[in-house]
Ligand binder design. Structure first.
Ligand code: RB5
Length: 147
């Protein structure tokens, strides 16, 4: 199960990705926003991030104008490792090395075709589980606990 969320600037891209997930028979829950009315990205980052940290959803996809604001907000939620990517290599590496659990995309940055490519590689790549990456992620979690 994949958690989806966006603000108004990410709505169109989120809707396009929903069609793609339908085609791939990938289940998702959409935590809003649902209309083009101006919306605050932190609200939808929180709803989507909580769905991931609670275990209700395995991974999340967030969309705003740049992907940046919504990633900053999602990363404030304990246990979230959200990455904003616009290239395929980073979208793959962030699963392999960082065990990222949310991918953030900019509706004003990437095309639908590029977004589909990034979403596919993100969803289809597993964390490597290598010791050095586990150690580094543990250090990041430690930062989260201390600050
Ligand atoms: C909304 O205009 C825009 O600022 C927002 O979607 C996002 O790009 C912020 O990072």
């Amino acid at each position: 199960m994949i958690a989806l969320g966006c603000d108004h600037a990410g709505l169109e891209l989120k809707n396009a990705i929903k069609l793609h997930l339908d085609e791939r028979n990938i289940e998702y829950k959409d935590y809003g926003t649902y209309t083009p009315d101006s919306a605050d990205y932190a609200v939808y980052a929180e709803k989507t991030a909580k769905a991931v940290t609670s275990g209700e959803c395995e991974l999340g996809l967030l969309f705003c104008g740049t992907g940046v604001g919504i990633s900053i907000a999602a990363n404030k939620v304990k246990g979230i490792r959200a990455c904003c990517c616009s290239d395929k290599f980073s979208a793959e590496m962030t699963r392999l090395h960082n065990n990222a659990n949310i991918l953030c995309l900019g509706g004003r940055v990437v095309t639908v075709e590029k977004a589909i490519e990034l979403v596919d590689v993100f969803l289809d790549t597993e964390f490597s589980g290598e010791e050095r990456h586990m150690r580094r992620i543990a250090q990041v979690t430690d930062l989260e606990d201390r600050f």
